[in-house]
Design a protein around this ligand. Structure first.
Ligand code: SF4
Length: 340
């Protein structure tokens, strides 16, 4: 059955922020950014935000993304903060993932610059203790750099957020990691743990994905740190049950993605926002109409006994689609879907 879609927004997606890490679990296909002028990106985002107002479509969602890494120069930092304010973002965080290693005096100046821009929370993601983290993060010394930066940030009065990635390989090291994190005397902090995403380079790490049994066996301290939405995570078996129960869903809500490159900025420049959306809509509708439905993927390419745990249905469906594509020609433009 052909998929029907309903457009609810647009994603303006530029993988352009410099990233100095090469995580083996990266959600992106590549951590090598593709340079895009920030001023061109910012101008495009602001065009869409202005268009939303003048066209009376405040509900149409605009999702700008300049890259995972927060290794931003001043122009990017202030520009992204300004876009965030226009979008009503409440989050005032800076991520250490992807950031170049600097000395602690340099990091103090770097954090001060961010605080002046309104940032009050420092986020560090750990994929294990010490050398275990450095292996998965694929950058020597990153565990120590992040821990030292957390101590510094706490000393400077920032809130801390410690994110922990759960892999089968790093489970035995997590109690030691938590001990080290507990030495940071932060006035305010939260800590949460999540399993792998299913996207980008992380797709190659399915052997590291935790099963229902792994979750049940987690020490209490680790289990207590699972992110607040963990009760919605499901094993493949339970996602299959859900999809079979829901039958054929109504039209899917999608936000087509404009991949922001210098070429696409030049393409979009003379077009109105309506024309850009119309061009994307045509391609994305055609791609979704030609791809197998969720139910077809579930019936033909799921493992009804699968006990590995996925956070979202979209990720589960992505795996089913990959199994489908391993056996069938695509027959649709996968670049015009959210599964690319
Ligand atoms: S820091 Fe983020 S973007 Fe860079 S490699 Fe790691 S996960 Fe990917």
């Amino acid at each position: 059955m052909a998929r029907e879609v309903r457009l609810t927004g647009i994603v303006l997606h530029a993988n352009a922020a410099p990233c100095f890490h090469h995580c083996r679990y990266c959600q992106l296909r590549t951590s090598k950014p593709r340079a895009v002028s920030f001023s061109g990106f910012e101008k495009l985002v602001n065009r869409f935000l202005d268009w939303r107002i003048v066209s009376g479509r405040p509900e149409f969602e605009v999702w700008p993304w300049y890259g995972n890494s927060h290794e931003h120069d001043e122009e990017m930092l202030l520009g992204l903060r300004s876009i965030g304010r226009r979008l009503g973002y409440e989050s005032d965080v800076v991520l250490l993932g992807g950031v170049a290693h600097r000395s602690m005096p340099e990091m103090r100046a770097w954090l001060q610059e961010r605080r002046a821009a309104g940032i009050d929370t420092v986020v560090a993601t750990f994929s294990g203790d010490r050398e275990k983290h450095d292996y998965w993060n694929n950058k020597e010394g990153n565990w120590q750099f992040q821990l030292d930066t957390l101590h510094l940030a706490a000393d400077m009065g920032f809130r801390l957020q410690e994110r922990v990635l759960l892999l089968r390989d790093n489970l035995p090291s997590l109690e030691r990691l938590f001990d080290a994190l507990d030495t940071v005397e932060a006035a305010e902090r939260n800590r949460w743990a999540i399993p792998l995403f299913y996207s980008g380079r992380a797709k190659r790490l399915e052997s590291q994905r935790l099963t229902e049994g792994d979750f049940a066996a987690l020490p209490k301290r680790i289990r207590d740190s699972l992110r607040g939405d963990h009760e919605k995570w499901r094993s493949e078996r339970r996602w299959v049950e859900l999809v079979r129960e829901e039958g054929e869903p109504g039209p899917e809500e999608i936000s087509p993605m404009l991949r922001v490159t210098e070429e696409n900025l030049a393409w979009a420049e003379p077009l109105s926002c309506d024309e850009i959306i119309a061009a994307l809509e045509e391609r994305w509708r055609a791609a979704y109409a030609a791809m197998p439905s969720r139910r077809e993927l579930c019936d033909g390419y799921s493992d009804p006994q699968g006990d590995k745990v996925y956070m979202f249905l979209g990720q589960m469906e992505h795996l089913w689609l990959d199994r489908y594509l391993a056996k069938n020609p695509a027959g649709f433009d996968i670049r015009s879907t959210h599964f690319f």
